[in-house]
Design a protein around this ligand. Structure first.
Ligand code: IPD
Ligand code: CA
Ligand code: CA
Ligand code: CA
Length: 287
C-alpha cells in the first residue's frame, strides 16, 4: 500500500504543477467571473476547468478512487468522506486573488484513506512553491524541510486570518471584535494571504505563528492540515481540542455561532492567547 500512496502523491504533485501552469496562463485573461452564494463569492471558468482536469487525470490513473472537489460539490455532486481512498481538491484556493491578480493562488490536493490524510500537496503557483507532506514523513517546500516557528510568546507573533465572504453585519462585527482583541494583545501583526491553503503553509514555514478562520471547508484545509502537523504544528477547534478539519461537517459550527449559541470568534481569540504560550497552532472551524 505504501508504494501505491507514494505514486498517488507523485501524481498529485505533477497534476498540481500542470494545474498551476493553466492558472498562470489564465491570470488576467479569464474574464468570465460569476458568483455563487453571494456577490463576493466568486468563481471563474478556470476553477471549473482545473478541477475537471485534475479529476480526469486521477480517474485515468486511479479509477477506483473517489473525489471531493469544491466545484463538483457546487455542481450538486455528493461530498461525503467515506473510508475509500479520496482526493480532496480545491482547484483554485484564492479565487478572489486570482480574479484580481493578487499574487497568492494555490492548487490544493489532499488524499485521505480511512478518514486519515495520507498526503497533502499545495502548489502556490504564482510563487512557484510546491508544498508537500506525507503522513509521518515530514513537510517540505520545493524539497526543503519545513518547521513551524519556535516562538511561544503571542506578543512576538504574527497571526494570520481571513475575513470570509459573508457581509452579514453580525458576522462582520464578530470578526472585527476578535481582530481588535488580537491586535491589542498586542501582537506583532495580523496578516492574510487570501488563501487558506497558503496561510497554513505559512504556519508550516514558521512565517506566521498561527492561523484561524471561521467557516472553512474541507477542500480548503485537507492538504494544509497535514503540511502543518508534519511541520510540527497542531490543529485546534475553538474549544482548544484537537480538530480533524478534513472531516466535513464534524462539528455543528455555523458561520458565527456554535450549537450552544456562543461566539466561536471570541473563543478563538481566547485560544490564541492561551495556547500560543506553549505551542504553535492553527485553528479552523469546519462546517
Ligand atoms: C477561500 C479562500 C479564502 C478563505 C475562504 C475560502 P476559495 O477559498 O481560502 O482565503 O477565507 O474561507 O473559501 O473560494 O478561494 O477556494
Ligand atoms: Ca470558492
Ligand atoms: Ca478554497
Ligand atoms: Ca476554490
Amino acid at each position: 500500500m505504501a508504494d501505491l500512496w507514494q505514486s498517488a502523491m507523485d501524481h498529485a504533485v505533477a497534476i498540481a504543477r500542470k494545474a498551476g501552469e493553466t492558472i498562470r496562463e489564465a491570470l488576467l485573461n479569464d474574464r468570465k467571473v460569476t458568483t455563487k452564494s453571494s456577490s463576493v463569492d466568486l468563481v471563474t471558468q478556470t476553477d471549473q476547468k482545473v478541477e475537471k482536469m485534475i479529476i480526469q487525470s486521477v480517474k485515468e490513473r486511479f479509477p477506483a478512487h473517489r473525489f471531493i472537489g469544491e466545484e463538483s460539490v457546487a455542481a450538486g455532486e455528493a461530498s461525503n468522506l467515506t473510508t475509500a481512498p479520496t482526493w480532496i481538491i480545491d482547484p483554485i484556493d484564492g479565487t478572489t486573488n486570482f480574479v484580481h491578480a493578487f499574487p497568492f493562488v494555490a492548487v490544493s490536493i489532499g488524499f485521505a484513506v480511512n478518514s486519515q490524510v495520507e498526503f497533502g500537496v499545495v502548489y502556490s503557483c504564482l510563487e512557484d512553491k510546491m508544498y508537500t507532506a506525507r503522513r509521518g514523513k515530514g513537510a517540505f517546500c520545493n524539497g526543503e524541510p519545513l518547521q513551524v516557528s519556535d516562538q511561544t510568546d503571542v506578543k512576538q507573533s504574527i497571526i494570520a486570518t481571513e475575513f470570509g465572504s459573508s457581509r452579514d453585519p453580525e458576522v462582520v462585527e464578530n470578526i472585527f471584535s476578535s481582530l481588535r482583541k488580537i491586535l491589542c494583545i498586542p501582537v506583532h501583526g495580523v496578516r492574510g494571504a487570501g488563501t487558506a491553503a497558503v496561510n497554513m503553509c505559512l504556519v508550516a514555514s514558521g512565517s506566521v505563528e498561527a492561523y484561524y478562520e471561521i467557516g472553512i471547508h474541507v477542500w480548503d484545509v485537507a492538504a494544509g492540515s497535514l503540511i502543518v502537523t508534519e511541520a510540527g504544528g497542531v490543529l485546534m477547534d475553538v474549544e482548544g481540542k484537537n480538530a480533524k478539519p478534513w472531516l466535513p461537517n464534524t462539528r455543528p459550527v455555523g458561520r458565527n455561532r456554535d450549537a450552544t449559541g456562543s461566539n466561536p470568534v471570541s473563543q478563538a481569540t481566547k485560544q490564541i492567547v492561551k495556547i500560543s504560550k506553549t505551542t504553535l497552532i492553527v485553528f479552523f472551524f469546519p462546517r
